[in-house]
Design a protein around this ligand. Sequence first.
Ligand SMILES: [Fe+2]
Length: 266
Amino acid sequence: MSNAVSLPDLAPLRDWFSSYCNSFRSTDLELQRNFDLKEEHTRNVCRDALLIAHGMGARFEMLAEVAALCHDLGRFPQFRDYHTFKDSESLNHAHLSAQVMNQHHLLDFLPAEERGCIEVAVRVHNAFLVPEGLPALTADLLRLLRDADKLDIWRVFIEYFNAPEDERASGAGLGFPDLPGCSAEPLAAVAAGRMVQLATLKSLNDFKLLQVSWIYDINFPATLRLIRQRSVLEQFRTMLPQDREVLDVVAQVERYLDAKLRDSAD
Ligand SMILES: [Fe+2]
């Protein structure tokens, strides 16, 4: 039996993305730094999505790359118009990504069913939890996109935090003040094995805890292995306040990660 649908070439879509990024070029250094951040982030999410999707079939790998390439299109007009990546102070960037995707007919090269799956995955990739009852392909693409996105947001944040203050892309810290210690609510959430809610954050340190708590939301064993290889948790531990209660919850997440890695190796 022949392969009914041949694999589309993504080169035109990749080229479109480059010219889309160029269309936002600005002489305002602050704006350009944040656009560069999202362009690099998108390219890394594509790479990591492919790493995670490896072995899940050529067609799925192609769809994973398409979803990754499109997932943050809305970040560019968001930062241009609102000077923030904080959705609560601007708009839902994932909805805007889906809108840009449709306006430019980016998915017209795909069959309607696959197009629909990618649209939903992009549209809800930033939801607190993966919605129930999604079709299998949509759910798989969404879970994979969320994993790949987290991997690179960690990279962005770690680089942001370790850069001199005048070289930081302002959007990456979401504007949280750098106060000492961590707040009770985020600490309690991590201790209870739950993801931290964005609305409970009061400081940059709380934001670090929120990112540590994402480890509870990882879907694929390949992502867990990348977290370990890239020493994500170790790097967050050194960036966090060295308080007993903070180190305790980080150790707890570490045990969770170890157990998940052991389970997935069986
Ligand atoms: Fe993203």
